[in-house]
Each structure stands twice: as structure tokens, then as C-alpha cells.
Write a protein that binds this ligand. Structure first.
Ligand code: MG
Length: 231
């Protein structure tokens, strides 16, 4: 029976070590001339890039509209690319991620997609930079909607279109590291496997009642089994 697993990126698969945050602040200066020490506090965990842009544009006194959004995203992607390249060559996904994705990918009936707040091109840059390109068939991204809770159906629809498979809701799992991933799974009606490798502790994630919560993916075979378990 076909199943669909939708992965968040930051804090779940990889940690850019602040490169993503820094690139947003860089772009704020590039586009609006606001220096980094005058940048607002950014609450990035689980946020969508469009949602983050709303905060930055408000701070800059600019309306969140085209073509300003595309101008900002171009500056951000340019800076993100440079900052990711500047990271050490040895950068690795979070512990167990490579093996977990390899195990899941080897199962023909297990389909892997993305459900991330990153804009599509930002997601691809991050994944490629950490050696995770070509694993996820499709997904939903932070430039599809500002509200993460609206991204689930977009991801499912695209994964169904590209695979030609229909995924019943009980065969869909969202994997993420924040309460916003848990809420997003709930909005979709799917299960959430929460992983405490981001900014949130296992206890703070459990308080939001995910289907399951794990500390990390250090035992990828165990996680792969969990993700291929029916509720
Ligand atoms: Mg995350």
C-alpha cells in the first residue's frame, strides 16, 4: 500500500548553522538598506518564508506585494547561496538523515515529499548544499502560501500528480521539528512524527500531541519502521 511522508527541512533534515537567518538579514540590507543591527528579531522555527517576509517588510515600512517580493527573494537566494558555499565542505545533514532517507527511498511504495516553509528555490539550495538533492519528488513551499497550515493539501496534490498515486489520509505522515509542523499535519488530517533536533525539546513538542515524538534520527532503521507503520 502506497504511503506518503512529507518532510520539513530546517531542524529536521539539516541545520544551516544560521546561514538561512543571516541571508535574510543580508537581503534586508541589500533591498531596504537596513543594517543588521537594526534588523528585527526573527522567529524562524516553523515559519514560512512569506510569513517572515511580511515581518521584514512591515519593519521596513514596505507593502508585501509584487514586484518587491521577487526582488527580496532574489537577494535572499543570492546571499543564501553564498553563505551555504562558505560553510565547511564537510557539512552533513543531521545525524541519521542520510541513512533514513536511503532506507525509505528503497521502498517502492513509500513516496517522499517536502512540506517546508522555505521558498522552493531556497529549499533546493539547502538540500543540494547538504547532498540531499534528487530525493524528494515534489512538495509544498513557503512561497505557495504564507500560512503553513495551508501547505499540506498543496503538497499532497503535487505528490499525487507527479506519482500518479492517490494517498489516503491515513497513509500520510508529516515529519517536522516544531509545534507548527504538528499543527500543519493536524490541519491536513495527517499524523505527525515530531523530532526534537530543532529549537524545541521533546517535552515542548509532546505538549502539542503529535502522533509520535522522537529525540532524533540516530537510529534510522527504527525511525524508518515507525514511518512505515499504520496508525
Ligand atoms: Mg523546521
Amino acid at each position: 500500500m502506497n504511503r506518503l511522508i512529507l518532510f520539513d527541512i530546517d531542524g529536521t533534515l539539516l541545520d544551516t548553522g544560521g546561514a538561512g537567518r543571516a541571508a535574510l538579514i543580508d537581503a534586508l540590507e541589500d533591498v531596504f538598506g537596513i543594517p543588521s543591527h537594526k534588523a528585527p528579531e526573527l522567529d524562524l522555527a516553523g515559519a514560512t518564508d512569506l510569513g517572515i517576509l511580511r515581518g521584514l517588510f512591515t519593519h521596513a515600512g514596505a507593502p508585501l506585494e509584487e514586484p518587491g517580493i521577487q526582488v527580496f527573494l532574489a537577494a535572499y537566494l543570492n546571499r543564501l547561496d553564498a553563505r551555504l558555499r562558505a560553510l565547511e565542505e564537510t557539512k552533513q545533514p543531521l545525524r541519521g538523515v542520510h541513512d533514513l532517507l536511503r532506507m525509505l527511498s528503497s521502498q517502492p511504495a513509500t513516496h517522499l515529499g517536502l512540506l517546508t516553509g522555505n521558498v522552493r528555490n531556497g529549499a533546493m539550495l539547502k538540500l543540494a548544499s547538504f547532498g540531499l538533492h534528487g530525493i524528494f519528488a515534489e512538495g509544498a513551499f513557503g512561497d505557495d502560501h504564507e500560512d503553513r497550515n495551508k501547505l499540506g493539501p498543496v503538497a499532497v496534490q503535487r505528490m499525487e500528480a507527479i506519482s500518479g498515486v492517490r494517498f489516503p489520509i491515513e497513509k500520510i505522515i508529516v515529519v517536522g521539528d516544531t509545534p507548527k509542523d504538528i499543527a500543519c499535519a493536524r490541519a491536513l488530517g495527517a499524523r505527525c512524527l515530531a523530532v526534537a533536533t530543532g529549537a524545541h525539546s521533546p517535552d515542548s513538542l509532546r505538549a502539542h500531541s503529535p502522533w509520535l515524538c522522537v529525540d532524533d534520527f540516530a537510529d534510522p532503521a527504527h525511525i524508518a519502521t515507525l514511518l512505515q507503520t499504520d496508525s
